[in-house]
Structure formats: structure tokens, C-alpha cells
Write a protein that binds this ligand. Structure first.
Ligand code: FAD
Length: 372
């Protein structure tokens, strides 16, 4: 299998590589430190078409998964925070609105969502329901033709800046459904910001629903889990691309530092112990790259991809963690200092082990796929 990008994919990669180098990399440390949601960078990414890439024409640009993966890898290589906020917008924040919203709701929200002017998010996780989404207790009841939602969500990316919330709620004992709630709906409260270890500029908070009227049901009643399954493989492939971007930068930083830093009268990359780190990082990076592109390629070929996307996400995120950890060791005390990028990368990369399913959950799923 040849995963080399086509000319069109290379052009997209180049566009986002120069955008990331020019606009994102110079402010990545500052965004992390403050932390600050990079609204202007999302608008910039939107102008380049990032949020419309994966939606079919005429609404979107109708591009393939590989193109999107290449774009997001470039953004993640500059800042995982910005990339995490971007993927929330282009995937889960917009997907169900594109798929199911109709009429004036669609006209009001979708064009802005595809440019990044209307920000979206997904509310699934609850204080007592993380991996176990079937255990969620937020409920929706239909009264006088309006669905009303009551419950508590947490870990909601972009919630403080979101204009629209896709909410997973219980509509029956064994029935979960998606709803659209808009900013300003009575009873909707965006709660405290969760202060995080990493991806700090991608703001995350609690959201409370107190008898909130939903704008509409998204999809069929009871179609929540089926709807989620439609996008889960792509979320995992894209999370693998996030990990790949971070790992790439961590290796670049280690190579540059090991060339400059001299001890015992020579650059530290002349010592075999440091060379071992660099070699192992290169192997891990290549594994992450191959797994990510392989799963993206399978999606684009229309091949079954749930199992493979889980393998790619697990493999790429765990490899990226090892690369960041090794880069930190090569930097030694300077890797512990905030002024060196690797300190941020090592904090950020841990997000890729959780988002899109934890490593443990993915291992359980992969093993099930092998033994079914
Ligand atoms: C930065 C960030 C942003 C996020 N953004 C969003 C968002 O926008 N919207 C949203 O809905 N959620 C979001 N989440 C939440 C995320 O999806 C959950 O954190 C994730 O699903 C895991 O849930 P949990 O943290 O409650 O862990 P738990 O499910 O409580 O897991 C705890 C531990 O137990 C293990 N475990 C649990 N069940 C099993 C099992 N069956 N087999 C083996 N091991 C198991 C886990 O792997 C983990 O090690 C975000 C999380 C983070 C960190």
C-alpha cells in the first residue's frame, strides 16, 4: 500500500503547514500559559476550509479522510490545544447538525459551523458516565411538542464559547438520543472551567441542563448510539493524527537540542545513550505515521475500519507518549523547563490517550475484534 499523498493532498498539507508555522507555532506556548481559547486561529483555519473538508458538497468541500488527517497533523505539530479545538469543531461539534438538522435550523447554523463562525461542541460525558456512556443519566422528555433536557455534563470541550451543543440524553430505559441545544436556551448553564494539565488552550468545562428546551431532536429517537458509531472510527483516526503531529515535533526538538547541547566536549548526540533515544523515537514516529495513514486510507477506500481505527489510535497515541517522554529525557533539566516546547508536548500528548476512547477501552475492543 502506498500512502504517499497525491498532488492535491500535498497541496493541502503545504497550506496547513505554512498556516501552522506562521500563525500557530509562534503563539503556542503563550496560549498554553494563559490559557486562552484561540478564536482567531479557528477563524483562520476556517477560512482555509478546515471545518468544511469532511462534509460533502454543496455544503462542504467533500474531501477525503487522508487530506483532513494531513491538515490536522500539521496543526497538532504546532499546538495540540489548537488542533483539539479544531477537531471538536469539524467533527463532533458539527457532524450531527450536518447529518440531521433541517430547514431554518440548518440554514441558521450550518454555514457558520463550516467556517468556524458558529462554534459547536458535543455533550456526552457526565460526572458518573465516562467510558460507560450507556450509564448516562441526563434525560430528555417531550412536553407540549418540545423536548426538555435535565442533567449534568462534564469535560465539554469549547463549551464556554459554543453557540450550539449536541447533547446525548436518555429518552427511555434503554434509549439514548441526540438533541441540539443553542446558546442562551433557558436553564442552560456553562459551569466552571476545568483547569487541565495539557491542551490548556482548548477550554473545557461543565454544562448543566435544568429543564432546557432543545431546538430539535437530531436523528431518530433512540438513534444516539447508532449515530455515534457513524463517526467513531473517524474520531479515532483523527486522534491518531493529533498524536502523530505532537510526536513529530517532539522528535524534531530532540534532534535539534541534541545537536546544540554539548557535554564532555561534544554534542550529546555523539553519545550512544542519546542515539538510542533518537533511534527509538524515529521508530515510534514511523509506526504512528504508518498506522494513522493506513487507517485513513482504509476509510477512503470504504473498507471496514472500526477495528483498524482503534489499532491506529491506540498505537499512535502510545507511541507519541513514548516519543515525548524520550524527548524530555534528551533535554534533561531543560525538558523540565517551561521555556522548552517539550515540557508542553509531554503534558499535551496525554490527551490523545483519553480522547476518542481510553487505551484500556481500545484494547478491550481490539481483543473483542480478534476473538469474536
Ligand atoms: C481534554 C478532554 C476533553 C474532553 N472533551 C469532551 C467533550 O467535548 N465531550 C465529551 O462528552 N467528553 C469529553 N471528554 C471526556 C472523555 O471522553 C472521557 O474522559 C473519556 O470517555 C473517559 O471517561 P472518564 O475520564 O470518565 O474515565 P472512566 O471511564 O472513569 O475510566 C477510568 C479508568 O478506568 C478504565 N476503564 C473504564 N471502563 C473500563 C472497561 N470496561 N474496561 C477496561 N478499562 C476500563 C479507563 O480506561 C480508565 O483507565 C474530554 C476529556 C478530556 C480529558
Amino acid at each position: 500500500m502506498d500512502f504517499s499523498p497525491t498532488d492535491e493532498q500535498s497541496a493541502i498539507q503545504d497550506t496547513f503547514r505554512s498556516f501552522a508555522a506562521r500563525e500557530i507555532a509562534p503563539v503556542a506556548a503563550e496560549l498554553d500559559r494563559e490559557p486562552r481559547f484561540p478564536r482567531e486561529l479557528l477563524l483562520g483555519a476556517g477560512e482555509l476550509g478546515l471545518f468544511a473538508m469532511r462534509y460533502p458538497e454543496p455544503d462542504g468541500l467533500g474531501m477525503d479522510v487522508m487530506s483532513y488527517v494531513l491538515a490536522i497533523e500539521e496543526i497538532a505539530a504546532a499546538s495540540l490545544s489548537v488542533a483539539a479545538a479544531c477537531t471538536m469543531q469539524s467533527l463532533m461539534g458539527t457532524y450531527f447538525v450536518h447529518r440531521f438538522a433541517r430547514g431554518d435550523v440548518r440554514e441558521r447554523l450550518l454555514p457558520g459551523a463550516l467556517t468556524g463562525e458558529v462554534l459547536g461542541t458535543i455533550c456526552m460525558t457526565e460526572p458518573d458516565a465516562g467510558s460507560d456512556l450507556l450509564g448516562l443519566t441526563t434525560r430528555a422528555e417531550e412536553r407540549d411538542g418540545v423536548w426538555r433536557i435535565t442533567g449534568q455534563k462534564t469535560w465539554i470541550t469549547s463549551a464556554p464559547v459554543a453557540d450550539m451543543f449536541t447533547v446525548l440524553a436518555r429518552t427511555g430505559e434503554k434509549e439514548l438520543s441526540f438533541f441540539l441545544v443553542e446558546k442562551g436556551a433557558p436553564g442552560l448553564t456553562v459551569g466552571r472551567n476545568i483547569e487541565k494539565m495539557g491542551v490548556r488552550a482548548s477550554i473545557t468545562s461543565e454544562v448543566a441542563f435544568d429543564d432546557v428546551p432543545a431546538t430539535c431532536l437530531l436523528g431518530e429517537r433512540g438513534g444516539g448510539i447508532a449515530g455515534l458509531r457513524e463517526v467513531l472510527a473517524e474520531i479515532r483516526v483523527v486522534t491518531a493524527a493529533l498524536a502523530l503531529g505532537v510526536a513529530r515535533t517532539a522528535l524534531d526538538e530532540a534532534i535539534a537540542y541534541s545537536n546544540e547541547r554539548c557535554q564532555f566536549g561534544k554534542p550529546i548526540n555523539r553519545f550512544q545513550a542519546v542515539q538510542m533515544h533518537l533511534a527509538e523515537m524515529a521508530v515510534d514516529l514511523e509506526c504512528a505515521r504508518r498506522l494513522t495513514y493506513w487507517a485513513a486510507w482504509r476509510s477512503d477506500q470504504g473498507l471496514p475500519n472500526d477495528h483498524e481505527a482503534s489499532i491506529a489510535k491506540l498505537g499512535a497515541s502510545e507511541a507519541a507518549l513514548r516519543v515525548c517522554e524520550a524527548s524530555s529525557r534528551v533535554h534533561a533539566s531543560y525538558g523540565y523547563a517551561k521555556e522548552y516546547a517539550v515540557e508542553r508536548l509531554l503534558r499535551d500528548v496525554r490527551f490523545t490517550l483519553i480522547g476518542g476512547g481510553t487505551s484500556e477501552i481500545l484494547k478491550v475492543n481490539i481483543a473483542k475484534g480478534l476473538t469474536r
